[in-house]
Design a protein around this ligand. Structure first.
Ligand code: GLU
Length: 383
């Protein structure tokens, strides 16, 4: 963020204030189109930038494209548009190399890399959402850098370049990231297509995604590298709604994140809510509760103090719900006091209700979570 801009717009915090950051990397930056080789020097410079951010206490996650671009060369599928099954085969071949390249780039810094393959469904469907989120949280807590890509080999629909823009935003929303960086071959949003329109003006800050801003997305290009501005604006909407600000910046140079901090041209999309508030709003306002848990007075006091809901305090379980579904929580007088995402399905919740968390394994035959609703997934609906 340039100092001038930060001074002019004190509401535009740069990367310096990011605490949990998702960086999405496009294929064209990482992979030589002609040879399918991974650009080692670029990746090493990126790794150094990520390590610098971590050194300042920022957690980082990477969403990286490039599996198909690498794998198609390995498989000899060099020319033209690939059929879906060829893309999937290429992704399977390229992903292993891609993950290895990240591992090799971060290992000299003593940083562990974890490969996570997700489908967009995993981020949307609530049961899997909880699992994916818990895994990513755990990896961050253990100090690893998750390197995420779409699980292209099981994708049932056409794999489109640009899907990873959306995946990056969904991951950012899922892990309550405060900042999403889309590194791309363009340095931000313009009022028109700068390749065709000499009058096109660069926008450094987008305070809100209005229809006028959306119209600037134009058409998606047909090329190999980029989903174009359309998918980036779709990503911006997802991120901003989730309380995560997003920046589109050019990744063409070495050390793109450092360049961004030093004031490189970019476009920031601002948000007015915090990730926590947005998530709570989603839980309290958007989701229909599929069941109801009644709790005793002790549990009620704990919930009001911001604690998780443990099975011990639950006196009754009503309804049919799956792990990850929203449920209402009622106090001893029967009034709803909270809503949250249940870490157990209704049947298991009934078995562990009123029991000590220590006994969950004995009761269910597997070691589940200690909380029935984790405090991050719980929102009070009554003061
Ligand atoms: N998942 C694809 C790959 O790794 C890329 C999708 C995208 O670029 O949006 O090759």
């Amino acid at each position: 963020m340039s100092q001038a801009l930060e001074a002019a717009r004190p509401d535009v915090p740069g990367l310096a204030r990011a605490r949990r950051l998702v960086v999405k990397i496009g294929s064209a930056l990482l992979v030589e189109e002609a040879s399918g080789a991974i650009r080692q020097d670029w990746l090493e410079a990126l790794a150094a930038d990520l390590v610098a951010l971590r050194g300042r206490g920022c957690e980082v996650l990477v969403v990286s494209s490039g599996a198909i671009a690498v794998g198609r060369h390995t498989l000899g599928l060099r020319r033209g548009k690939l059929k879906l099954e060829h893309k999937q085969a290429a992704a399977a071949t390229g992903q292993i190399r891609l993950a290895h390249a990240y591992q090799a780039a971060l290992a000299p810094h003593g940083v562990t890399v974890a490969q996570v393959l997700l489908t967009l469904d995993d981020t949307e469907e609530r049961r899997r959402h909880l699992n994916a989120r818990a895994t990513l949280d755990t990896l961050l807590r253990l100090g690893a850098v998750p390197v995420i890509n779409e699980n292209d080999t099981v994708a049932t629909s056409e794999i489109r370049f640009g899907d990873n823009d959306r995946l990056g935003a969904r991951v950012a929303a899922m892990v309550n990231a405060d900042t999403l960086v889309l590194l791309s071959d363009i340095d931000g949003l313009y009022t028109g297509d700068p390749r065709r329109d000499a009058q096109a003006r660069h926008l450094p800050v987008v305070p809100a995604i209005t229809p006028e801003i959306e119209a600037m997305g134009g058409e998606a290009p047909s090329g190999y590298s980029s989903g174009g501005m359309v998918t980036k604006l779709a990503a911006a909407k997802i991120a901003v709604d989730a309380g995560c600000r997003m920046v589109i910046a050019s990744g063409r140079r070495l050390h793109p994140l450092r360049a961004l901090e030093e004031g490189a041209r970019c476009t920031w999309f601002l948000t007015e809510v915090t990730p926590r508030a947005a998530r709570k709003q989603w839980i309290a306002g958007t989701l229909q509760p599929a069941g109801r848990l009644s709790v005793d007075a002790g549990a009620l006091t704990a919930l009001k103090a911001g604690k998780s809901l443990l099975p011990a305090g639950v006196t009754a379980v009503e309804g049919r719900f799956e792990r990850g579904d929203a449920v209402a929580v009622a106090g001893p007088d029967g009034r709803e006091v909270a809503r949250g995402l249940s870490a157990y399905g209704a049947e298991d919740a009934r078995r562990i209700a009123g029991q000590n968390s220590r006994d969950i394994e004995g009761l269910l035959g597997y070691r589940g979570r200690e909380e029935l609703i984790h405090r991050d997934d719980l929102v009070l609906t009554q003061p």
